[in-house]
Design a protein around this ligand. Sequence first.
Ligand code: NAI
Ligand code: MG
Length: 474
Amino acid sequence: MRDIDKIYVDGAFVTPHGTEQFDLFNPATEEKIGTVRLGNAEDVRVAVAAAKRAFPVMASTSKAERIAMLHRLSDAVRLKAGDLIAAMTEEYGAPAYFTGFSAQNTASIFDVMAATVETYEFDRTAGSSVVRMLPLGVVGAITPWNSNFGFIATKLAHAIGSGSSIVIKPAEQSAIQTQLLVECIHDAGLPSGLLNVVNGTGPVVGAELTTNPDVAMITFTGSTPAAKIIQRAALDTMKRLVLELGGKSPTIILDDADLDTAIPTALMTGFANSGQACVAGTRILVPNSRRDEIFQRLKSEAERLKVGVPTDPQVRIGPLANAKHWERVQSYIQLGQQEGATLLTGGEGRPGGLDKGWFTRPTIFTGVSNDMRIAREEIFGPVLGVITYDDDDDAVKIANDSEFGLQAYVLSSDVARATRIAEQLIAGRVVINGAPHDPYAPFGGFKQSGIGREIGAYGLDAYLEPRAILKPTA
Ligand code: NAI
Ligand code: MG
């Protein structure tokens, strides 16, 4: 049992004013594994005051000082990678292949920002004016449970890179992961007040953060519905917003695709992080000309993916994060059938042999039309819909017919052809043939997938604003 009873304010672990307790569970066993004491609005006010005091210190740091802080953080995270992986496995249930990537990626986020700061032009000219890119003030950050420590790292890295201070409200369900990460950040010895972390719920801690007049901007990663509440809350004080939201990403299998690689790629993209990934390719677009062959391959290969406990290295799909979320995903599997889609594989209930834990059967629907709710709404579990198309233009039209625009995938044996398709897609990132993660590529979405971008110079731009000084001519 881990009892997390402190929050992190002004460089120290302190007891929150809030007294409410929240239980933490292991999703693979449904056992209670700990508790977290939640902060309240007063805790946010104290944390924001600390960040406000730290802001001028941060704003006046040099590039070299920011880069040094970022490298200290990546070193600190690498030292604790094993502990972070163990916590993510226990508290969240992600399969080993994903937790390993997460820990590695969390460390590299700081290095990528260090490289970005190195080349970013804070001082510029425009016409005859002198322009400097200035940080905005205290940043308020809110993160989701599906990759909690990666997002804390992303938001902290942008704060340091821009010369801001930050107050983070992490996902309350991920308190053990938060605690470990903040302990290792604490060891890196940052200026007091630069980073403050207040555990708590969205309606309490999140609400104070998004309305507090001393918070200049909000960076939020989470669902589109929560983002709309946040955007309204932030309006009165005119906070700047970066919103990284949901998706319903298309995976277009072109008619020349090599199925030996395309099918496994489409499945791993759709079932990434047990389907709990904003970037998951959950609409698989299949050419009518190869429909039977592709359906059969999707079915047989999906049924070979191992579902089970996250510690088993062969497992590709672990449990969903919590009981409420499991119920929600089950309701979408029912809905798909009510809407008239056909189960190619999977269905309701737990997979055979797993009678405990929030496990879901990897489910693929065929006969899906793009106007069904299962094709339009983010399910956030291992539930995929296959939509057939006539030709490339039809595929592009279906892919772009979505309220979301976060990511898209194209699979083809001809990269030049895939690129021509990619150029017609409205998505923050288009990935061709399962290309590896690029830690330098801008990340974020069009339409209701968000506002703004994170990573690299595109990310820093959102945390900075230009001040121009116009001097009289001599
Ligand atoms: P959520 O939107 O329910 O919660 C995210 C965070 O917002 C949590 O910390 C929550 O406590 C907080 N929150 C909720 N209501 C709030 C309010 N009224 N005011 C302030 N804060 C509030 O999302 P969840 O369920 O934690 O995560 C899954 C969602 O996150 C999915 O929709 C997924 O697509 C999205 N996501 C987006 C990513 C991206 O980078 N585009 C990456 C990962 C997840
Ligand atoms: Mg939620």
